[in-house]
Design a protein around this ligand. Structure first.
Ligand code: ADP
Ligand code: MG
Length: 494
């Protein structure tokens, strides 16, 4: 378990700030890890972080320190999260995107462009492994998760599974083949963001934007590894009286502030109490904290960039961002390599597994809406297929249950009866073929020396081969597997 990385970044004073307040800056540099913050009310306070990026910092310095180690690890299947936090206008989006996501000036490119280049660079080093890179983009606007790559999905649901953690199963995921394509996709997604205008920042983000890169690694063994890299450009906290927000913009600001305080509460719960463990962590109090559940103290590396204004006029907001960062520094993360058994490589069982807890687990959900007899049929079917002992199947079942349980007109029992009669038919045919095979095998062994008998035996065997092959290609279990797809569409309610 290691503490997360927390850095502070001060943007340059804007021309307006410079003209309005002279050189009134609220920070005093000590070194690259510490500075003093001067507040008229609270006096001088020293803050230390893993790294402090001052006004003259370069975009590449931020990437190299904060993001590069995480990018390197995500290619090795360790999840990572990078969050930009801070007051509106403090430089979160500048740090994440640069002046624009399609920025051509290399020095000004933000974290996103550098992360993409970094991922593609890392995977070319490992040229013996095949990688697939995928991208999803969502924003949390007014407590709804909107798919930025498909705006028709304007209320994406958040799910959780044991093996994969927090997921957005309906969200659009596109494959990326190179950096240029990735940037074009990001650019079109960013254009779909909800943007409003406040006095603090013309073009200020009114939503939290979440970029999810997944790096899948195909292995020759029957395992698949993948790392997920989440970049979060948070909407800025704002003092409503300062921004002059009203109407819809006011509602947006209230929702943003609410979800940011939910984030603060999660950080507080994670870093307070007995070892920070065993407390109730209120992840479910906002969409933001729920989506970031794995990142906040879970199976993910995390880096937080606290973006601040150096201007004396913003000192109270700067102080609050720095205090958030200082507290977040105590969060402990426990990242581990993410490895799953390859679903497609699983073998279908040819014997009945013994009844055990796995089976009960598989049928736990259906039991809520089905009668006992139907549950038993379903349970037998899963056992027969060997699915009951497949952890991936268990997860998928849980995930798909909502969709599968949708009402249709075909009752489960009718489907199972049809399957059962097909099974009986196959059993009979199998028996006949097995008997014929036994006869031929006996004839071959007892008259093996006699040429003519051998010839006859081979003749019979050859004639049986197509039938044997047919049975082999259509065993009971395969039939049931195929039929499962059909069953998935069936209604499990009566
Ligand atoms: P936020 O996303 O936190 O609301 P922005 O990233 O949009 O704020 O930054 C506000 C303004 O400050 C923008 O005009 C941006 O170009 C500028 N800015 C922020 N950080 C820097 C920086 N490190 N260097 C130069 N300009 C910056
Ligand atoms: Mg922004």
């Amino acid at each position: 378990m290691a503490n997360i990385t927390v850095c502070a970044r001060f943007r340059p004073l804007s021309s307006k700030e410079r003209s309005g307040h002279g050189d009134s800056v609220c920070i005093e540099r000590i070194n690259d890890e510490a500075f003093n913050l001067k507040d008229e009310k609270e006096g001088e306070m020293k803050f230390s972080f893993d790294k402090v990026f001052y006004e003259d910092s370069k975009q590449d310095d931020v990437y190299s320190f904060l993001a590069h180690p995480i990018v390197r690890d995500v290619v090795n299947a360790i999840n990572g999260t990078i969050i930009t936090y801070g007051q509106t206008g403090a430089g979160k989006t500048y740090s994440m995107e640069g002046p624009s996501i399609l920025e051509s000036n290399d020095a000004k490119k933000g974290l996103l462009a550098r992360v993409i280049d970094g991922i593609f660079r890392e995977i070319t080093y490992a040229d013996s492994i095949k990688y697939t890179i995928k991208l999803s983009m969502v924003e949390i606007y007014m407590e709804k998760v909107r798919d930025l790559l498909d705006l028709s999905k304007d209320n994406v649901q958040i799910k959780e599974t044991k093996s994969q953690g927090i997921l957005l199963p309906e969200v659009t995921e596109i494959s990326l083949s190179d950096s240029a394509e990735a940037l074009r996709s990001l650019s079109s997604g960013i254009c779909n963001r909800a943007v409003g205008e406040t006095q603090m920042n013309v073009g200020s983000s009114r939503s939290h934007c979440i970029y999810i890169f997944s790096v899948h690694q195909e292995s020759t063994k029957q395992t698949r590894t993948y790392g997920k890299l989440i970049l979060v450009d948070l909407a800025g906290s704002e003092k409503i009286e300062k921004t002059g927000a009203e109407g819809r913009v006011l509602e947006e600001a209230k929702t943003i502030n609410k979800s940011l305080s939910a984030l603060g509460n999660v950080v507080h719960a994670l870093t307070c109490g007995p070892n920070g463990k065993g407390n109730h962590i209120p992840y479910r109090n906002s969409k933001l904290t729920r989506i970031l559940q794995d990142s906040l103290g879970g199976n993910s590396q995390m880096a937080l960039l606290c973006c601040c204004s150096p201007s004396a006029s913003n000192v109270s907001e700067t102080l609050s961002s720095l205090r958030f960062g200082a507290r977040a520094k105590h969060i402990k993360a426990s990242p581990r390599v993410h490895c799953t058994k390859d679903k497609h490589a699983k073998t279908i069982r040819t014997s009945f597994p013994s009844e055990d807890g796995s089976c009960d687990e598989v049928t736990e959900k259906p039991r809520e809406s089905m009668d006992a007899e139907d549950v038993k049929l379903l349970r037998d079917l899963f056992t027969w297929e060997g699915r009951a002992l497949d952890p991936n199947f268990l997860e998928d079942l849980e995930l798909d249950w909502g969709l599968v349980a949708a009402p249709t007109n075909i009752p489960l029992r009718q489907a199972v009866e049809e399957l059962a009669s097909a099974v009986e038919l196959l059993k009979d045919q199998n028996k006949v073929l097995e008997a014929m095979l036994a006869v031929v095998t006996r004839m071959l062994s007892s008259h093996g020396e006699a040429n003519e008998n051998v010839g006859f035996g081979h003749l019979v065997l050859e004639s049986l081969k197509p039938s044997i092959a047919w049975v082999a290609s259509l065993p009971l279990f395969k039939l049931l597997t195929d039929s499962y797809a059909f069953l998935s569409c069936c209604c499990f309610t009566k």
